[in-house]
Ligand binder design. Structure first.
Ligand SMILES: Nc1ncnc2c1ncn2[C@@H]1O[C@H](COP(=O)(O)OP(=O)(O)OP(=O)(O)O)[C@@H](O)[C@H]1O
Ligand SMILES: [Mg+2]
Length: 279
């Protein structure tokens, strides 16, 4: 099986000084696989995601190779890349307001993503939008569709964004800290939703988080990024049982301690497999 996404020696530099913030990283993602990308603040997770989406700022310089479904993305003009966004690949950002236009009812925004890539009548599109809003667990989809983003809660907005990201059944969904801005209780429901929706669509996922416990709920493999380099990659079992880099060892220790109530035994990696937090 050839990988869906293959990143080779990706370098990202910024500004006139050409400050290099990602130093030649390589990784691959198989069809249907979920890959966690973990690392501390400023390590280069978001810029790596934006490079794949072709959404980096104009002062960014990218070299290396990003192949998606056999197509080279580095060096593509935006007008060749734009049709792939929302269709072949999509992204869920940390803050749902980044993805939503405050001046337009959310139903119209979801419909626009649909109509950009599919030739549908407006009535059919509206019906499909209501269906998808219901699928992502929004009650009263008619009311939600006619609401402006500010009239919805943070959790509702993120559900709308998940609906937008998945409505065209993309092959790759990139999630960048999709639940960090939400309340803890809402976080869990949105993660469960993402989990179920990714399965339903059969999409691959690059899931960015600084939280190994969250990544372990959703992903089979993990990349660990530190200061612009990937310092470790492997399956969840490898990362939990035999972390080689000191930074990863620290992450694993914290994730395990967080998961343990006082007096309980430390969880093993089998615990994560038996109770992966799936609905
Ligand atoms: N537009 C830009 N211009 C210049 N430097 C940038 C720009 N965007 C990001 N950077 C720099 O690139 C580096 C990596 O940033 P990035 O946003 O990818 O970190 P991150 O791993 O996503 O962190 P966090 O966990 O805080 O989201 C940082 O040093 C940041 O300052
Ligand atoms: Mg980031």
């Amino acid at each position: 099986m050839s990988p869906l996404l293959e990143v080779t020696d990706l370098r990202i530099l910024f500004g006139r000084s050409r400050r290099e913030v990602v130093h030649g990283v390589s990784f691959a993602l198989e069809p249907g696989q979920r890959l966690g990308l973990i690392g501390e603040s400023g390590s280069g997770k978001t810029v790596t995601a934006l490079a794949i989406m072709g959404l980096l700022a104009d002062n960014a310089y990218v070299s290396g190779s990003i192949r998606l479904a056999g197509r080279e993305l580095v060096g593509l003009r935006d007008r060749d890349l734009a049709p792939l966004r929302g269709d072949l690949m999509s992204m869920v950002f940390q803050e749902p307001m980044t993805a939503l236009d405050p001046t337009m009812p959310v139903g119209r925004q979801v419909a626009e993503v649909l109509l950009l890539h599919q030739n549908l009548g407006h009535g059919v599109a509206r019906g499909r939008v209501l269906e998808v809003l219901a699928e992502v667990g929004l009650e009263d989809p008619e009311r939600v569709a006619d609401a402006y983003p500010h009239a919805l809660s943070g959790g509702q907005r993120q559900r709308v964004v998940v609906a937008m990201a998945l409505i065209n059944r993309p092959d790759l969904v990139i999630c960048d800290e999709p639940t960090t801005a939400l309340d803890v209780t809402v976080q869990a429901t949105v993660l469960n939703l993402l989990d179920a929706e990714l399965d339903a669509v059969g999409a691959s996922c690059l899931f960015i988080s600084h939280d190994l416990a969250v990544v372990s709920q959703l992903c089979e493999r993990v990349l660990v990024m530190l200061d612009g380099d990937i310092v470790e990659q492997g399956t969840l079992a490898q990362i939990f049982n035999a972390p080689t880099h000191p930074y990863t060892r620290g992450l694993v220790a914290t994730a395990r301690l967080d998961a343990v109530a006082p007096g309980e035994r430390l969880p093993t990696v089998e615990d994560f497999y038996q109770h992966p937090g799936r609905p």
